[in-house]
Write a protein that binds this ligand. Structure first.
Ligand SMILES: Nc1ncnc2c1ncn2[C@@H]1O[C@H](COP(=O)(O)OP(=O)(O)O)[C@@H](O)[C@H]1O
Ligand SMILES: [Mg+2]
Length: 211
């Protein structure tokens, strides 16, 4: 049996990650694989507790470093408890966001030191990196439009957009840094067309893996 592997999906909210993950999972099932889909914190009890600190809107004083470390902690727990056992069973693990999200949101978005965020996250995942990462590329404006009918924006929303742009530009820098792992997918195409593109990349990876 082929070795287990991680396939991760990245991109801004509304870029189509969940849509494509479902389609890829269906495709793999038809081919006889039993992929596992996980989204952080991956259903771990400790991860859920960490996540509740991150999501608690009372925690307004949370430092960016604290936020980054908490995400990395939740990720470490999911790796050990869920992902590693699945990989050992030879499963394909599809991740809806992974450490690239911390690089885009915490390093580029919140201006934390890139090398620090990278090395902390690599330690958290014990250097187990995805075989392939799909970055579904739609701009923050397209993303906003997709989720709601964009109307006049207020000051806060503008601030929000500038953060989302930093994250988006961050993803593009990640493409340059990790060209052999991260694949850019044009997220403005029709969902079905995107699925075909993704499944053909995955087919190639699976072929490689059998050899
Ligand atoms: N290729 C596409 N073109 C247009 N709309 C899409 C496409 N893919 C997904 N959508 C729609 O965009 C919205 C967000 O998609 P979703 O898969 O939930 O994104 P994400 O998981 O990245 O937030 C949904 O309403 C979905 O139906
Ligand atoms: Mg989603």
């Amino acid at each position: 049996m082929a070795k287990g592997m991680i396939i991760s999906f990245e991109g801004t909210d509304g870029s189509g990650k969940t849509t494509q993950i479902k389609a890829l999972s269906r495709y793999l099932e038809e081919k006889g694989y039993m992929p596992a889909i996980l989204r952080e914190p991956g259903g771990t009890r400790i991860g859920e507790e960490i996540r509740s600190i991150l999501l608690n809107s009372d925690n307004t004083e949370m430092a960016s470093l604290t936020e980054m470390l908490l995400y990395a902690s939740s990720r470490a727990q999911m790796m050990e408890e869920k992902v590693e056992p699945l990989l050992k069973e030879g499963k394909i693990v599809i991740l809806d966001r992974f450490f690239d999200s911390s690089l885009a949101y915490q390093a580029y978005g919140r201006d934390l030191n890139f090398d620090a965020v990278l090395s902390i996250n690599l330690a958290a995942v014990k250097n187990i990196v995805p075989k392939i990462t799909f970055f579904i590329d739609i701009t923050p404006e397209q993303s906003l439009k997709r989720r709601q009918n964009a109307t006049a924006t207020d000051r806060l929303e503008n601030e929000d957009m500038s953060f989302h742009y930093k994250v988006y530009e961050g993803y593009k820098k990640l493409l340059e840094k990790f060209p052999e792992r991260i694949i850019r997918i044009d997220g403005t195409k029709e969902a079905r067309e995107i699925t075909n593109e993704i499944t053909s990349y995955v087919d190639n990876v699976l072929k490689e893996d059998i050899r």
